[in-house]
Design a protein around this ligand. Structure first.
Ligand code: CA
Length: 402
């Protein structure tokens, strides 16, 4: 029970309590927690009530809280639960609640390194069929390791930031030489992101079982992709300018501790991965994603269908001794399910441009046009039949700048 006036079906109920950074009336960004349709100024409450963790939530980003480690994360979450349920705390806490509609949300974290994986077998197979029709859909390494690349953390932006159509080189099948200009195959990738909290020591791998000690929470990520730039540049070193112009993330970080009821056994892996990639704890997650284009749902990708788990991704990313730091993020790769309406990229939804899909307004799309707005959202099971929300990450395509 809570003294807050919270509807039972709120996606931001007491079982969720995601963290973000907000500002009011042009003031300084502050650490907050979403509850119902309000945001709690965590920094102000912690300071006024003399909470022992007040110092790590006093800054303009989540990084000090991330660095504090799992015992502190649990302490903060337990304290939040007490504040929001104890009627005796209501008088102290209530003045620090603001309508979420009245605040501005910021990038919640100073992003360190950014790695993006490719962990959906359905997505990787679809891409393989399109681009390598004469070969097996999956590359020979795909089921032996979670494939990834290092992205550009400096262009990670918060939901709502306009995405300027990138310019670059492309060379179509009929072109004798490459041409330069605005991308004509602008796409999205609906992904789930993982935020690293506690860091690791350089030289020491992080085992899969240590995933909950190092990963603080989960969010949504749109890996905007210029397919024409990507197709020309990616051989042999992988994604570069076709991806690095912008990556949008959702403003609320759902703590791992809020996702206990969303955990499911991951699907079978055949062949069995090498010892260091075995995820005995089984970090499958039952997140239901939704992709909307200009308000219309175009796909519902199920995260439950992913092949590699986030614990396996973390183990692989550090097995060579590379360290992680508070504020590092990694993406799952495009989430696609087995069905055509579960595909998390337009590339797959329009099958490389060959099959334009219909929109309810009578129009059709292959890739994104200027002014198009894409929104990703997700929910997950909470305890006792409740649902937990991730909010959304949205972005609108702005015309190229020459
Ligand atoms: Ca991606």
């Amino acid at each position: 029970m809570t003294w807050l006036d919270l509807p039972d079906n709120s996606l931001f109920g007491l079982h969720n309590l995601p963290y973000g950074v907000f500002s009011r009336d042009g003031g300084a960004p502050r650490v907050g927690v979403a509850v119902g349709d309000q945001v709690l100024d965590l920094s102000a409450v912690a300071a006024s009530l003399g909470a022992p963790f007040a110092a790590v939530v006093a800054g303009p980003v989540l990084n000090p809280l991330l660095a504090a480690g799992r015992p502190v994360w649990r302490q903060v979450r337990a304290t939040l639960g007490e504040w929001l349920t104890d009627p005796g705390a209501a008088e102290s806490v209530r003045p620090h609640l603001y309508p979420r509609g009245d605040v501005r949300l910021h990038l919640p974290v100073e992003v360190g390194d950014y790695v993006d994986f490719y962990a959906s077998e359905h997505h990787a197979s679809n891409v393989g069929r399109m681009f390598r029709p004469d070969s097996a859909p999956l590359t020979p390494n795909w089921k032996h390791l979670p494939i990834g690349y290092h992205g550009r953390s400096g262009s990670v932006v918060v939901s709502g930031t306009p995405v300027v159509r990138p310019c670059g080189q492309r060379k179509g099948p009929g072109d004798a030489v490459p041409v330069f200009g605005p991308s004509v195959r602008m796409d999205i990738e609906a992904e789930v992101g993982f935020l690293v909290g506690a860091g690791s020591e350089l030289g020491s791998p992080v085992p899969a079982k240590a995933f909950p000690e190092h990963v603080f929470g989960v969010f949504l990520l749109n890996d905007w992709s210029a397919r024409d730039l990507q197709a020309w540049e990616y051989v042999p070193l992988g994604p570069f300018l076709g991806k690095s112009f912008a990556t949008s993330i959702s403003p609320w970080i759902v703590p791992l501790d809020a996702l206990e009821a969303a955990r499911i056994a991951p699907g079978a892996q055949d062949p069995e991965p090498l010892e260091y990639l075995r995820d005995a704890e089984g970090w499958g997650l039952d997140l239901a994603l939704e992709v909307r284009l200009n308000g219309h749902v175009v796909a519902r990708p199920p995260y439950s269908a992913m092949y590699w788990t986030p614990a396996q991704m973390l183990a692989h990313m550090t097995v060579n001794g590379a360290s992680v730091r508070p504020g590092d993020i990694y993406g799952s790769g495009t989430v696609s399910g087995p069905e055509p309406d579960q595909r998390g990229s337009l590339l797959e939804l329009c099958w490389g441009g060959a099959e334009p899909f219909a929109l309810p307004d009578g129009g059709t799309r292959t890739f994104l046009e200027d002014g198009d707005e894409v929104t990703l959202s997700a929910t997950a099971p909470g305890p006792d039949g409740t649902r937990i929300g991730f909010g959304e990450v949205t972005g609108r395509i702005a015309p190229a700048r020459g």
